[in-house]
Design a protein around this ligand. Structure first.
Ligand SMILES: CC(C)(COP(=O)(O)OP(=O)(O)OC[C@H]1O[C@@H](n2cnc3c(N)ncnc32)[C@H](O)[C@@H]1OP(=O)(O)O)[C@@H](O)C(=O)NCCC(=O)NCCS
Length: 176
């Protein structure tokens, strides 16, 4: 099977329905489901800045120049006063999972963020049982840093997370 032709592009108005689905269909987003969210929030946010803000943003993951597979996101964090890092996230629609899209989209997002912003560090957290995301991050050039204990309240319990990072100086995997 040929490698999927993945690209990242800005959010358009037609993509808001997918965001509404992720906010209102239990479990569609996978383990990150944390209850119903405001279905009108995507339209408000899109009207504000097209999902391209200074502190958090989204891009659409598109396949073969036409199909919308999901989205990637990033938000700012800081361990020091003078510099920030990005924490990235991803959600693909179920029919697009397991086709080599997730790791490529996350590697492309790192390339994009390292090219356009001066951060030294991009991090990503995932669940101990999310093998697809763990492998996906490793293929995208991330390194496991450790277990963050009881960092997330999900499905009735406080749960551990796995923290990964890719530094500007880490090798970038080829995405095509
Ligand atoms: C997690 C996610 C982004 C991974 O992307 P994907 O496109 O499904 O994964 P890929 O096809 O790029 O696969 C990357 C690696 O993971 C492996 N993998 C994929 N799905 C897997 C699964 N369900 N179990 C174990 N390994 C899996 C692949 O085999 C591949 O490894 P390999 O090259 O050694 O074979 C995607 O499945 C998704 O959006 N899931 C729902 C939302 C989510 O969990 N987001 C992350 C929250 S932290």
């Amino acid at each position: 099977m040929a490698d999927p032709a993945v690209r990242l592009r800005p959010v358009g108005v037609a993509d808001l329905e997918m965001f509404r689905r992720f906010a209102t269909e239990p479990g569609l987003i996978g383990l990150d489901w944390s209850g119903f969210r405001d279905a009108q929030a995507p339209a408000r946010r899109f009207a504000e800045d097209g999902y391209l803000g200074t502190e958090d943003s989204r891009l659409i993951v598109e396949v073969d120049e036409q199909d919308v597979a999901g989205f990637v996101s990033w938000s700012a964090g800081s361990y020091t006063r003078d510099a920030k890092y990005w924490e990235i996230g991803i959600a693909l629609l179920p029919e697009w999972r397991g086709k080599g899209i997730g790791w490529r989209a996350q590697a492309m997002l790192c390339d994009y963020l390292f090219a356009h912003t001066p951060v030294q560090r991009i991090q990503a957290a995932t669940h101990p049982e999310n093998l697809a995301e763990q492998k996906s991050l490793e293929k995208a050039g991330f390194h496991l840093e450790g277990v963050v204990r009881a960092c997330e309240f999900r499905a009735g319990h406080w749960r551990d997370g796995h923290l990964y990072s890719r530094l500007r100086t880490d090798p970038a995997p080829p995405t095509s």
